[in-house]
Ligand binder design. Structure first.
Ligand code: GUN
Length: 281
């Protein structure tokens, strides 16, 4: 039987630790500002969850909801104001943004010290250079989860399927920092199954329901499933066929309750860190 890596349980541990550290701040908690633009239903759900998570650990949070017609200049001006506001330690602009707004310009406008998403080029550079900084929440949570379960990473072959800026690329950098031998596969990879079969650690972040089957898995591999898809029955499933691979792997994250809860837990962790670093400046 493999070890089931519960992100839900680990996120509880992380939140409890943050709550304790907030208590020690004697009434001067971290503050997070979340900016949401337009009417994306999923984004509204995520932003509400972030606000609630802040409240539960004793952070200040504010949500700034802007219409889908807001100009890029207006958003950049708002970010400047938040950069200058000493009560705001973390700034997050929820993605996706409407097409007329450049994600790159918005990400670069947030000052690196408040960039709790880890999307600013300075933080991306710090991540790849092995320096300290703020790094993307989902991959940071995954490394935390693997450490929490004492899974050895050093020297292991890690395959990441997916090369997004939010998950795949930062995941590669973080696993490299953990001394994994890292491969990043993507939609143009030739013979993905063969790549998967070499992986001791397999991180699936492709967005294709139950694509990865048992004959793709190296026996004893650790599987982390970042996917959140609906299958043909409307059921929430990952990128990995969980039941099919279950008895081949040594550890696996479920969907739901695996990677999902880590993102917000590590957003809180980054916001706490941003406050600490800003005060130390
Ligand atoms: N939309 C989906 N995931 C994320 C995330 O991690 N950060 C932001 N800002 N937007 C998202």
């Amino acid at each position: 039987m493999p070890l089931v890596l519960s992100g839900r349980k680990y996120a509880r541990v992380v939140r409890a630790s943050i709550r304790n550290r907030v208590t020690e701040l004697n009434g001067s908690p971290p503050g997070l500002a979340v900016v949401i633009v337009g009417d994306n239903a999923a984004s509204k759900v995520y932003v509400a969850a972030k606000e609630k998570a802040c409240e539960k650990v004793g952070f200040h949070s504010s949500v700034i909801a802007l219409s889908g017609e807001t100009t890029e200049a207006d958003i950049l001006r708002l970010i400047d104001e938040l950069n200058a506001d000493d009560s705001v330690h973390g700034i997050l602009v929820q993605l996706p943004l409407p097409d007329h707004i450049s994600v790159d310009r918005v990400a670069s406008a947030v000052m690196p010290e408040k960039d709790v998403d880890g999307f600013h080029p300075v933080n991306v550079g710090r991540l790849w250079r092995g320096e300290d900084g703020l790094f993307p929440c989902t991959p940071s949570g995954i490394v935390g989860l693997l450490h929490h379960h004492d899974i050895v990473l050093s020297g292991k072959n890690a395959l990441i399927v997916g090369r997004s800026n939010i998950v795949g690329k930062p995941m590669a950098a973080l696993l490299l920092r953990e001394n994994c031998t890292v491969t990043v596969a993507h939609s143009r990879t030739v013979d993905l199954m063969k790549q998967c079969r070499k992986a001791d650690i397999l991180i699936a972040a492709v967005g294709r329901a139950e694509m990865i089957k048992r004959n793709w898995i190296k026996p004893g591999a650790v599987i982390v499933d970042v996917g959140m898809n609906r299958n043909s029955d409307g059921k929430l499933v990952g990128d990995v066929d969980y039941d099919d691979v279950f008895d081949v792997c040594s550890a696996i994250t479920p969907v739901p309750g695996g990677v999902g809860p880590l993102t917000i837990a590590f957003l809180l962790e980054n916001t706490f860190k941003a406050r600490t670093n800003l005060l130390a400046k």
